[in-house]
Design a protein around this ligand. Structure first.
Ligand code: ATP
Ligand code: MG
Length: 242
């Protein structure tokens, strides 16, 4: 087994004095797709924010979040992004009055090499052909699904090694949902490790190597995606199987 790309140990997370995550420990290995499922308010988005350094976190003495062997505790969100971790937040926004192309270029703002930027843009537009068709349109004229694609594509422009996707299929038509999941698989095949928060539980568990079930701020179950699909609690609570 290789070393984990990301390791969380005994994470407690807070908004002000209010604790919302308790003693979360998890590992994500290079190249994996790991899903986090759980009801509304369970703390899924907070977990992603904790990785990015966006919420107050505390551990039990040792490092709380370790990425590629380095502790991320106290590291600014900007520095976390520079280390190759990118979050596409829930309901991610794009710049409405800018073209798709300019939104994408902004994703690579820290890249100084123009030729590399053009090559990267070409790669991303190959992955998202719809965005190539729409490249000159302003983002506000895109459909909800196209906008979500643009948000994910823009995140890829920062060349993440580890991509956090918070409910990428939220509010989308089933056909668009399938397309988003296909794209996540392609992104993963290109070597990007993915942490996926998703309410489309069947999709998420089928495509993930492993998954964690978060309820009321606690990890209550974890295991291979396929085996959680057959778990009685998961089936009753998330798949409406009685
Ligand atoms: N900025 C905030 N300030 C205070 N409390 C917050 C804040 N954001 C979230 N919370 C609380 O933290 C808890 C976990 O919220 P979180 O958004 O992480 O849940 P979630 O699992 O992502 O839910 P959903 O499925 O609805 O997106 C909830 O009780 C929520 O009310
Ligand atoms: Mg959320």
């Amino acid at each position: 087994m290789p070393d984990p790309l990301l390791r969380i140990e005994h994470l407690d997370a807070f908004y002000g004095d209010v604790q919302v995550l308790w003693d979360i420990s998890l590992k994500i290995y290079p190249g994996e797709v790991v899903a986090v499922i759980g009801p509304n308010g369970a703390g899924k988005s907070t977990l992603m924010c904790a990785i990015m350094g966006l919420v107050r976190a505390r551990g039990r003495g040792g490092p709380v979040v370790t990425y590629d062997g380095q502790a991320l505790d106290g590291v600014s969100p900007e520095e976390v992004v520079r280390k190759g971790i990118t979050l596409v937040p829930e309901g991610a926004t794009v710049f409405p009055d800018m073209s798709c192309m300019d939104n994408l270029r902004l994703g690579a703002y820290s890249l100084k090499d123009r030729d590399r930027e053009t090559a990267l843009l070409e790669e991303v537009l190959t992955l998202f052909p719809k965005l190539r068709e729409r490249s000159r349109q302003t983002a506000k004229t895109l459909s909800g699904g196209e906008r979500q694609m643009l948000a994910i594509a823009r995140a890829l422009m920062s060349q993440p090694r580890f991509l956090l996707l918070d409910e990428p299929s939220l509010g989308l038509h089933p056909l668009m949902v399938s397309l988003i999941f296909e794209n996540i698989e392609k992104i993963n095949e290109r070597g990007v490790t993915v942490l996926l928060v998703e309410q489309k539980v069947t999709f998420a568990l089928k495509m993930s190597d492993r998954a964690y079930v978060l309820e009321n701020g606690h990890v209550v179950l974890d295991g291979p995606g396929e085996s959680l699909l057959g778990d009685e609690h998961v089936r009753k609570a998330y798949l409406s199987v009685s």
